[in-house]
Ligand binder design. Structure first.
Ligand SMILES: Nc1nc2c(c(=O)[nH]1)N[C@@H](CN(C=O)c1ccc(C(=O)N[C@@H](CCC(=O)O)C(=O)O)cc1)CN2
Ligand SMILES: NCC(=O)N[C@@H]1O[C@H](COP(=O)([O-])[O-])[C@@H](O)[C@H]1O
Length: 206
């Protein structure tokens, strides 16, 4: 039985593309791609792959629904994502911090996130640039990427896959980013398989 994945994005969607390309090996189907940015190229990638898409941005939602809150927005995103009945929700460059409104309303479906840093190192946004600046200051000689379970505390969920990436002498930010992104495309698929297969075991045992 093909497992069902919902992918949330905010940008170019290169990690989404890695998942699109790996659907057969994952024995899974991406059943929805959802974005909070209308211009996210990841939406085009989904349309090119005949995958249903959804869009809802926070500020337009609040403007259109006076009195509603960020938590209401999170609940609405959870409702729309849940409509496609995913077995797994993957945040692949999703640039919005979820509160309880989302986490408590995805019906216990596991949520995982790709983050371009090592656990506890550079939480939040612009992690790659911040790590590179720390390298330039001589504070670190490596950074990395991880996929972790999503909990309310941002980027503090249980890591599922961690890959360290050393800085090389003479590395530009672009050089480092190129190596980092190619490793992201690997671990996003590996972590997705890991969680889908653990779900499968529970299914078999139940
Ligand atoms: N509750 C959680 N929500 C999210 C997590 C998480 O671990 N727990 N991971 C993030 C992904 N992420 C880092 O990996 C991240 C994305 C965005 C932000 C952030 O500060 N966003 C701002 C808006 C920034 C912008 O629009 O450019 C915000 O939400 O106000 C921090 C970390 C996804 N969600
Ligand atoms: N804090 C979350 C974060 O920074 N996520 C990062 O956004 C990029 C999305 O690229 P993509 O849109 O090409 O997949 C990836 O590098 C991912 O690690």
């Amino acid at each position: 039985m093909s497992r069902r994945i919902a992918v949330l994005i905010s940008g170019s969607g290169t990690n989404l593309q890695a998942l699109i390309d790996a659907q057969n090996t994952l024995d899974a189907s991406i059943v929805q791609v959802f974005s909070n940015r209308k211009a996210a190229y990841g939406l085009t990638r989904a349309q090119n792959a005949n995958i249903p898409t959804g869009y809802l941005a926070l500020q337009p939602y609040l403007k259109a629904n006076p009195g509603k809150t960020r938590d209401d927005y999170d609940e609405e995103v959870a409702r729309r994502v849940s409509e496609s009945k995913p077995d797994l929700i993957v945040l692949a460059g999703w640039m919005h911090v979820f509160g309880d409104g989302f986490l408590n309303n995805v019906h216990a479906v596991p949520v995982i996130n790709l983050h371009p840093a090592l656990p506890g190192a550079f939480d939040g946004t612009n992690a790659i640039e911040r790590a590179y600046e720390a390298f330039q200051r001589g504070e670190i000689d490596r950074s990395g990427v991880m996929v972790h379970r999503v909990v309310k505390a941002v980027d503090r969920g249980e890591p599922l896959i961690i890959r360290e990436i050393p800085f090389l002498e003479g590395d530009s930010l672009g050089d480092f980013e190129t190596r980092l992104h190619s490793i992201e495309w690997e671990i996003i698929v590996q972590a997705t398989k890991l969680v889908l297969d653990e779900e499968k075991k529970i299914l078999v045992l139940s």
